[in-house]
Design a protein around this ligand. Structure first.
Ligand SMILES: Nc1ncnc2c1ncn2[C@@H]1O[C@H](COP(=O)(O)OS(=O)(=O)O)[C@@H](OP(=O)(O)O)[C@H]1O
Ligand SMILES: [Mg+2]
Ligand SMILES: [Mg+2]
Ligand SMILES: [Mg+2]
Length: 350
């Protein structure tokens, strides 16, 4: 089919990147965590950089000459004084991952690594093809030892046409409230979706593949919902008002990153609510892979005004107030509850 070669390359790149991330998460030292310059001082680790360098390198090998990548990280902080040691660590990690795979027979220099990271500087847009990468989505979760994802998607003329979501800490079986976390649960899932062909899930070793579908729940009382782990990333009070209006009974499932989209695509919960605080602009790499994984599993992803997400405008998503995700049956009810809750919140308090 249309994107078979791209899908195979994306699965390969994301799988290699998760090997690197798992290794780093196991041995995570505080010194591996840096604050990004400027905005919000969000954390970034050797694994974010290593994952981006690996995915960028693999995609360039697979698609020489026709390559555009929009990715979260850049090498600016690494090139500053004192960055040498961390670049060496990243280089070692990337080379170890490439050697363990054996496909490319190369050893990259520190400069090759910095260049590979900076290949992610494309602005995207509505023309041609662009890869979209979040090398670690949910870095805060990663550092905490919780959920995170390597999220890779392909845009073709502004539309997401494939997505791969590798979730190294997500149990292979449902995490819904009926089946709470169990320490014996095997973890590590990879979701992939191609436009018109559905969504599939594999264990990270690729040993089997199952087609997944969003939950068929029609009664909101039986639905459960996901939201950001970090209260700073989404207004939990607004989500709980929406849930209350819908009649949702279960407590929210708070999880980092696009793992929420993956879990929703296989029916672990039926609703994902994301309402960033005023002024936060959503980036395409935080939603591209997750959104196709959900829509190809039969779900719906819109902004709070009911409009489809538009990935064709460059690095940012231009959207109304928030992102809501659910199945087709619940969406009209959810949309009404969102509208009523937003109106209630915007009324001056007596
Ligand atoms: N203020 C604010 N509001 C909304 N979103 C923000 C904000 N700051 C950061 N981010 C982005 O959130 C990404 C993490 O996803 P989640 O919010 O789903 O998970 S979590 O709550 O952080 O655990 C996270 O992705 P990563 O940087 O890749 O981890 C950010 O892109
Ligand atoms: Mg980040
Ligand atoms: Mg992210
Ligand atoms: Mg990230």
């Amino acid at each position: 089919m249309a994107y078979d070669k791209e899908l195979a390359a994306a699965i390969k790149a994301a799988s290699l990147a998760t090997r690197l991330c798992r290794k780093v998460q196991k041995a995570l030292l505080q010194s591996d965590v840096r604050s990004k310059h400027g905005r919000n001082k969000s954390p970034v680790t050797v694994a974010d950089y290593g994952s981006q360098a690996l995915v960028s390198f693999v995609l360039q090998q697979e698609f020489p000459g026709e390559f555009s990548l929009v990715a979260e990280e850049d090498s600016n902080d690494l090139r500053k004084d004192g960055g040498g040691e961390i670049v060496e660590r990243i280089t070692k990690l990337v080379n170890e991952s490439l050697t363990s795979d054996g496909s490319y027979g190369v050893s990259l220099s520190s400069e090759d690594i910095l260049k590979a990271i900076d290949c992610g500087k494309s602005e995207g847009g509505s023309q041609g093809r662009h890869w979209v990468l979040d090398p670690i989505d949910g870095t805060k979760g990663f550092v905490r030892g919780d959920q995170y994802a390597v999220a890779l998607a392909l845009l073709d003329r502004g539309n997401v046409v494939l997505g791969v979501l590798a979730c190294p800490n997500l149990p292979l079986t449902s995490i819904s409230f009926a089946h709470p976390h169990s320490p014996n649960n095997e973890v590590g899932c990879l979701f992939f979706a191609e436009v018109g062909r559905g969504t599939y899930m594999q264990p990270l070793d690729g040993s089997s593949t199952v087609k997944v579908q969003v939950s068929a729940v029609e009664n909101p009382e039986e639905a459960s919902f996901f939201e950001s782990y970090e209260a700073a990333h989404s207004m939990h009070d607004l989500s709980s008002l929406i849930a209350q209006k819908l009649g949702v009974k279960a407590a929210p499932i708070r999880m980092d990153s696009q793992v929420k989209y993956g879990a929703l695509s296989r029916g672990d919960g039926a609703i994902y609510l994301r309402f960033p605080r005023n002024g936060y602009r959503e980036k395409i790499w935080d939603h591209a892979a997750g959104s196709i994984v959900v829509t190809e599993a039969g779900g719906v992803v819109t902004d709070a005004a009911g409009k489809q997400l538009d990935f064709s405008k460059g690095k940012y998503l231009d959207l109304d107030t928030g992102i809501i995700v659910s199945n087709q049956k619940l969406m009209p009810l959810l949309f009404d509850a969102v509208r009523a809750s937003l109106a209630q919140k915007s009324k001056p308090q007596p």
